[in-house]
Structures are given as C-alpha cells and as structure tokens.
Design a binder for this molecule. Structure first.
Ligand SMILES: [Zn+2]
Length: 241
C-alpha cells in the first residue's frame, strides 16, 4: 500500500513538473529582452527589501543564470555548488571565502518560504530544479506593490493633465462648461459653430488644459489673435452692440 501511494505521488509530481515546464516554454516564447529593465526594477523595489543578504545574492545569481542566460525561469543548481563556487558570494563570517552548506541551504529555504523560488523537480546529482519567481507572481511582493501604489499615487489634476483642445470629447466639456456661449461676446453657439480659444496663447506658452481654454465664436476667436483677454472681452462687447 505504502509503495502504491509513493508511486501515485511520483506520478502526480511528474504531471505537476510537466505542466510547470510547459509554462516555462510559454514564458520563454513571450519573454522580451526589452522587459528586462522593468523586471530588474521590480526586483530591486519590491522583492529585495524583503530578502536577507544571502537570499538576495543567491536570487540574483539564479536570475543571471536562468532568465538572463536563456530567457527561461528554470535552473538546476545544487546547494553544494552554490556554496563552493567562489563566484557566487563571499561569506560574511570571514571564516572562508565560500558559503557554508548550511548558509546556502538556509538562504534557499528562505527564498522558497518567501515564494521567490519554487522547487520543481527531484534532486539528482546535478542539483535541484528550481523555478525563479518574478515579483508580480510573488504573494508578499504583490502586497508590497499594492501598498506602494496607494501611497505613491501621484495627485493628478485632470484640469492640468488632459488635453482639452485636441481630444474631441474634452472640447465638448469646455463648451458645456461655458453653456455654448462665446466667452467674449456672449453669443449663443452650437457644437458646430463654437470654437476653442486659448486664454494664454500657445505662442506665449499657454497649454491645452481645462483652465486655459474657453468657448469662442469664430469672429471673436479670429479677431482676438494674441490680444490680451480683457481687450478681447471689451471688443466682444462692442461687437454685440
Ligand atoms: Zn464672440
């Protein structure tokens, strides 16, 4: 009975591994090198602050030898190999140049607990197959990303940010605000006869923000040119009489 359960377990592991590998293939296909700066940014911003120094060092080592090396999230490494290769990390204890087996094991376990790597396959003599997990897929990072997004949400003043001149729906909002009346001569206009005028002309640094635009009849608009607003309003009044 025990033997059979073990066989079923092996079978299930195999299925799991195959589906993970399939996912790896699709990752490889859709992975774009141009995304790399963004990935590195998210690791430094969201994952690294949650890692201990050895965990971070080993994560970056795995990153370099998986995603950077061949665009694949999977990497097979052995605990002993990570400790022995002097190129990975220098021990902070000062006792030896390389990391102890225990230190590497502890770091790998830490990374697994935090969800930054996943053990995918059985261990063979070349080591264990791991899947490197990127911040957007790591639960503790998702929490952090959400928190940072809430606190760092920049205040956007829609009146300043949006283009109310070139975007047709926004133009209509200017007309509606002004009740389709010319700002200068008060003439009643329609959406077909109304034009948009810049209070501060573009030539003088005026932008297309909500606050810098007014509804104008064609006559006032073309007559105004770069005239100051007050002058245009006075001329508009004359125009009305
Ligand atoms: Zn007018």
């Amino acid at each position: 009975m025990k033997e059979e359960i073990r066989k079923i377990q092996t079978l299930l592991d195999d299925i799991q591994r195959k589906s993970e590998m399939k996912h790896g293939e699709s990752f490889k296909e859709s992975f774009d090198l141009f995304e790399l700066p963004e990935i590195v940014e998210s690791i430094v911003d969201y994952l690294q602050p949650l890692l201990l120094p050895y965990e971070a060092g080993i994560y970056w080592y795995l990153f370099r030898h998986s995603i950077i090396k061949n665009g694949n999230e999977y990497i097979r490494v052995s605990t002993r190999g990570l400790g022995n290769v002097k190129q990975v990390l220098t021990s902070s204890s000062g006792q030896s140049e390389s990391l102890s087996y225990g230190a590497v094991q502890k770091a790998l376990n830490g990374l697994i607990t935090k969800g930054a790597i996943k053990k995918v396959g059985d261990t063979n003599r070349d080591g264990t197959l791991y899947k490197l997990v990127l911040p957007e897929e790591i639960e503790i990072c998702q929490k952090r990303i959400a928190e940072v997004k809430i606190t760092e949400q920049p205040f956007v003043d829609p009146h300043k940010e949006l283009d109310y001149y070139n975007i047709i729906e926004n133009r209509l909002r200017i007309f509606e605000r002004d009740n389709y009346k010319c700002y200068y001569c008060d003439m009643q206009l329609t959406r077909f006869s109304a034009t948009i005028d810049h209070i501060q002309p573009v030539s003088q640094g005026g932008d297309n923000s909500y606050d810098n635009l007014v509804t104008s009849c064609l006559q006032c608009n073309s007559r105004r040119g770069a005239k100051p607003v007050m002058k245009a309003i006075l001329d508009g009044e004359k125009n009305r009489e």
